[in-house]
Structure formats: structure tokens, C-alpha cells
Design a protein around this ligand. Sequence first.
Ligand code: BGC
Length: 917
Amino acid sequence: MKDMTKHSYSAVALAAVGLMAFAGCSMQPKQASIGGSTQGGNSLSGGGQGGALLGGQGGTTDGNAGSPAAGSPGAGDTGIGGNPTGGSPTGGDLAGGSVAGGIPTGGTLVGGIPTGGTLAGGIPTGGTRTGGAVAGSSSTGGVIVGGSIAGGAKTGGTTSAGTIAGGSVAGGTKTGGTTSVGGATTSSSAPIVSCTSYTPPSAATYKIPTPMTPVDTQATQLISQMATTDQINILSGDHTTNPYATAGVAFRSLGVASLNIPNYPMRDGPRGMRNIMPGDVSTCFAVAEARAASFDLDLEYQVGNLQGREMRAAKNELALAPVINTLRHPRWARAQETYGEDPVLLGEMGAAYVRGMQQPGGCAACPKHYVLNDTDNNRMQANPNVDMQTLRENYSRPFEITVKKGDPACIMAAYNMVNGTHCTENKAILGDILRTQWGWGGFVVSDWSAAQAGHGAASINAGLDLEMPVPSAFTTLSSDLQAGTLTSATLTASATRVMNARTKFKDLDATYMASTANFSLAGAQEAVTLAERTELEGAVLLKNDGILPLGSLATTVGSGSPNAKIIAIVGPDNNLPVAPTAMQNNQKSFVSGLGDRGSSQVVAPHAVSYAQGLQAHAGGLTIKQSADSSAAAGADVVIIPVSMAHEDEGESYGGGADRQNMNLTTTHPIHWTTTLGMLPAAFIKSVAAINPNVIVLLNVGSAIIVEDWMASAKAIVQTFYPGQEGGTALAALLFGDTNFSGKLPFTVGQNEADYPQFQNSGSAAATIDYYHGYRLFEKNAKPVRYWFGYGMSYTTYSYSNPQVLCSNSTIPATGALNVQVTVQNTGKVAGDEIVQLYIGYPNTKAPKRPVKELKAFTRVTLAPGASQNVQLSIPATDTAYWDTTNNKWTVESVAHTALVGPSADPTKLLSATFTIQ
Ligand code: BGC
């Protein structure tokens, strides 16, 4: 109830992913990335947007091996081996030769010097390429904006927001894209990683932009000038005025007017900045679960960074994001907001987002909800009963990684209890683990109305600093001081922590304070490109019986159903996604296809629907749409988007709730029953009877059991909620312009009964089992349909020669585990493969351990036929378990197994043995 009140107001208103390259021993590094940065890489690239090139000035427009000079080849012309210079080619294909100064539109260039278009194997010199994909080229100078280049070399010039993988980059400036973190220029020399001691891959990668310790002197000075009542005030939400009445400000805590300290404004994430007032828009990215599927830490860094800058431009100073709760069960209402089931993936993604967001020009981040907030219907009463090994390894671990590798300004304490005590007053959780053991110096905010009325002293003494959205527990702080249950030192320490975050992020700088809010970043090209990339990398191809890619109506890297000319998009969700307005976000019946309309709601400046994206992609295409199956007959392919809505899986207020089950057969999506009178499982089968070329899009936040209808779909894509550019990205993926690379951040079983208990009602203690996700399925040998880490592409990869480097199979406990495996692209098109390192514990003496668990991952880009020695490195201490006898992380001096491969599927992993001493 408390929460509903709050939100109704708003309606007005490698381990360390150690992917690093290491040279050492006899190995020569090729490429590595940690935390998203490519190190030692050699390659580059950029991309182009769509087009082709062509042409030139020459009299011979069709120019086979000719040298046309002067003249402009017309649409559809093909220049082979020519040397067009200048001109404005449109359409057509050029192979070999060079083009300088032309403005190509459409078509394909092989071996030329393109400006714009899709280039394979060319040598661009000068000029500007925007978007598109380049494989195996070298570029000297020039400007590349967006797109991707695999292989080749880039020397000088500027690349922004593109993807560069493999190859070498020398000089020049790279902004955005996969090979850089925070726009830093990447180095072409690989870092050397010792095997006897672990060194994080590069200072730049893990550099904490705004460390919370030591405390800022400006904060200390301001606190020293505050009366006790001022200190109490800044620890609470603004209860003096309506906090929702100021345009663009959702929530705020109090400032101190006499010291010219304004209120502290804060807004939600994590798929974009939350919007409250009309006209207040922000970039809508694919949801966090999709971004987790990218396993791309640099991408998440960029998302955090852009959201941070949007927040700052909107005059917002604290972002209530990211969510890093472990997805224990896929039915959790807020699954879409988090990064999946694995603690290392969660923690690394959270840290990357925080590092991006907390850069200068961004704002403070607040990872949430600490801890064990993984049911929603009873989130305010839930009382998980958890042993310390389970807590430390699986549930607080994402927070530990994010705190240590991101140093967020804030952590949000969850609604629920842990072992009988509310998180907001749980000293073991807040004071002992978070502050003392992890040594973190930020402040703790309560989830909204999570602190218990009248429990001021208990909460602040346990480690809570700021109560939102209004004081309820903290109304007692004055009397607590008088009663001696609270000391002024404790009060001042909390006030200092809050002030420290504000001064560290320059919230009190005069220029910033005098500025006005603006929302222009949302529609900017940079935001559009990044939002599209979140879906391009995050969509997961689950099944493909050869129907994809769609064929050659447009540039394609694949060969699927040739020349699909009529595409039908059918079912109640055929028009999704659409951008909601602020008002529509509050309508119960409104389905946007962009995700929840709880606290993570975003009003995007626009949204590209799947139909619009496909139509824009290929002009000659006929798109037919119907809310029933009528458009299916006679089409070449039939696409069935299936989207959940707030009422199916949405934060539990205003009609949101946990999912009632994991299938598409009995309940969800609820709006299908009301609009079509049929649920997707039955509809998919009925459409397949009319037209067998069915592609199902799962526009859903987490796992769906597909057993009873999968045979009726030739392809299944988990699009997740795809963000504002979802339609554009999906078209590029379905046609094969961009290869699929996303991999599942959770396990899709065959039976819901094989998942852990999901107790989402009442306050009776629910025992949290040690095992969940792939750990549980593997332990119980239950059938899995799609393993954690699984995802198909239009090419194939082979793995060989797994090795533990530099060790003679023995590693000091303070050292590094360096694992290498050779990965080859054995198919016909370029692709990004996500390589995963798990550690297995066949000889463990611990009371319990999973068969294996993820420890590191990286993306590598491979041209057809190319192979690469991929290296992953973790500190040996990352193999530790939480020993409840000694209350500490303990490394076992026994033989372990390093398992490397494409997913958690045990049959796909290669192994090498090592021992830690
Ligand atoms: C949610 C938080 C959110 C807060 C403010 C709560 O109900 O659980 O995630 O940050 O509201 O909107």
C-alpha cells in the first residue's frame, strides 16, 4: 500500500572478467578485453551505413576493370576493378578499385575505398563512413561513425560508436564502440599478465571514475556548518513540499536552504531515465536482461554513460539503477530489469554501468535492491531464510563485485527481510558486510517506504543513511538522540556520506546549479545508434530451422529463404513496439512492447516497430499485418511477436505482478485473451497450419518454456523488450546484415517444476536453496532446452586446444589463472562469439559447491575461417567458496577444472586441469 501511494503521486508528475591478453610463458597474446576493452587487439573497424559504393566519375559506368574518370554511374551499375574518383554512385556493386570523394548510396563495395555503404575487404582512405559493416579492411585516416569492422587495421582517423574487433588500431581516436572504455584510445600492445600474481588488466579498464573514499573536504566543511536538524533533514525525502510538482523531478531528498544546498533530485533507471512529466523524454534502451545477453561490458559502460549524461542534463543527480538482483526464478516481475541468473555476469555488468554513469558529466549511481529482492508480489513482507554461503556466493556477490569494481555512490536497501530482519535495519547486511568487510564509503538509501515506521535508531545504527521518499522511520531521530539510542557521531557520519556523494559529483557547482534541464540527448544520433546496438547485441537466436536469414532482398550475409517478398506480422502484438506517452504509461491496458511501466518506465522520443523496421530495411518488401491470423496465408514468412505487458511481468503496483507461470499456454500474455481470445501457444499452432514459415519473437523479460509449441516455429528469437530502435535492429538481424551474437543470461528448462521454489506470497520464511539456474539443472540432471550462455548465429565456431597457461598446472593462491582456447569461425560469415570460462570443483571438500560456475567471458569477432587464441584470466582467489566455519572466502588447494566453451552446456565445454597451492 505504501508503495502504491508513492507511485500514484508520480502519475502527476574477468571476475574480473578477466579477459585479458597475456603474454607470458610462450604464448603471444592476440587480443583481449576486460571489462570491455580490447587490449592488444589489432583490428578495427567501423562501419557504414548501408550503402554501397560506387562509383566514380568515369565514363564507363559499368566499368569492368576500367578506369572511369568523370561521370556518375547510375543506380544498379556494377563497377568491377575500376577506379572511380569522385562522383556520386547510387546502387550497384564495385569490386576492387578505389573511390575517393564519392557519396555512395546503396549497393556493395568489395576492395575499394568506400565512403558510406557496406565494405568488405576495402582500404578506406579519408572520407567518412557511416554505419554498415566492414570485414578484413584497413583504413588509414578517415572518419568512421557507427557500424562494425572485423579484422583489418585502422591507422589514424576517428571512429565513433562503431565496433572494432580483432586487428590493430594505431593512433587515431576511438569514441564509443567495443574496443574502448569511455572513449579512451586503445593500445595496440597487449598487457602482460603475470601468472604468479594477479594484476587487473589495465588501469583504464577498471579505473573508478569517482571514488567515494576519502571523504571530500567540501562535504566535511558543509557538514560542520550544519545544525543537528539540518543533518537530520538531509537524511530524508522531501516532506515539506510536494516532491512531484517540479517539472522533471520525480523524487528528492532535502537540502539545506541556509547553506544554499538544494534538494537532491533522483530518478529511476535502468532501461533509460524514468520520465515523469509531459515533454520529458529519454533514450529507451533494450532492457538490462537483453544487455546482459550481449555479455558486452563496454556496451554496458556506454549505456551507463549515456544515461548518466541524460540524467545530468535533466538536472537529476542520483540514478536509482542498476538492478543487480540475482534472477533466482524467471517468474520474478522485474526479471527484465536485472542482468540474469549468474552472480559474475550480474556484478561485472553492474560495475560497467556504474563506471560509465559516474564519469565526469554523468551522475551518481545506486545499484539496487540489496539484497535477495527476487519476488515481487510480497516484496514488502518477504522473509528469505538464507545461509551465509548461499548469500555470499549467489546473492550478495553481484553487489560485492559492483562495489569493488565500480564504487557506486549509493546502494539501495531492499524492501524484504533477510533472516527475519528488514534489510533497511539489518546490521549484518549493511554495516558488517557492505561497509566494514567491503570497505565501501557510499551511502545507503531505503527502497521507497521500505524503512519501518518508528525504527529510526535501529535503521541508522544498522547502516541506513537516507530514508525515501518521506521520513517514517527517521521521524524519531531527534528523540533517539535525546534518548541516547543514537549518537551524534553516527548521525554526522550518515549525513557526511550523503553530502560526500553530492560534492563529489559537483552537484553544488555554481554553473551546474544555474543551468536548466534539457532532454535533447534522447533523440540524438549517438543515442539512437547506442540504443540500436543494445538490441543488435542482445537479441538471442534460440532456434533456426534454416528460415533465417531472410534472404537477398537487401544486403545479406546469409542464405536463408531466398527472396522473401511478403512478410506477414500477425497476432495482437503485430504493431509493437510503440513509444508510450507519459499518460499512456499509466493506462492499465496500454501495451508498448518496450517493457514494464513500474519504476523503470521510460517515455522514448520514438520507437521503431518491427513492421516499420522491416519495411525500412527492404523497400521491395510487402508487409502485411493482422491482429488475428488472416495475413498469414500467402506470405513468404509469418512473424508472430509475443509481448508481455506490465500486468504479466511488472513491478507490483498499478496492476503489475510476478508471472503466474512460465508458459505461453495457460495465462500470459493476459491481453491476448482479452483481444484475441487465444493464447500464443494455440495461436502459433493455428498459424503454422496455415503457413509453416513461422518466426516467433519472444518480447519478454526472461525465460519462457517453449516445449508445447516450439515445433510449430521454424525460428525463435528472444528479442526481450528491444528498446526504441528495436524494429531497426531486428530487421538487420533477420536479414543477416548483422549476425546474431547474444547469448542467454538465464537457463531455459523444459519443465517449470525443475526451477527453485518461488514463494511470492506472505511473510513466512522461504528457504533459499543454494542452487538455482544452471547450477540447479546440472546438479539435478534435469532436462534443459537452452542452457545459460546459449545462442545461435549465422555461422559456426569450433573450440580446440584448451590450456592453462604459465602454471605447470599449479597456481599460487595469490596468482592468476590464465586460460587459453583456440576459437575458429568455421562458417561462411563473420560473427561475434561469446567465449565463456567456468570453473569446476570435482575434488571439493566444501560442504556444497556447484558442479561449475561462470568466472569470465569475452566477445571475439572472427571473420569466416579465422581463428584466434582467446585468453581469459582471473585471480586465483575467484575460485574461492564462502566458508561458513571461518566466515571468509576460502581457496581450495585441490585440483580444479577450467572449462571453456560457448555455453554452460556440459557437452560443449572443453576442459583443462589446474591446482591451486
Ligand atoms: C522500487 C525501486 C525504485 C523506487 C523509486 C520502488 O518501489 O522498488 O526500484 O527505485 O520505487 O521509484
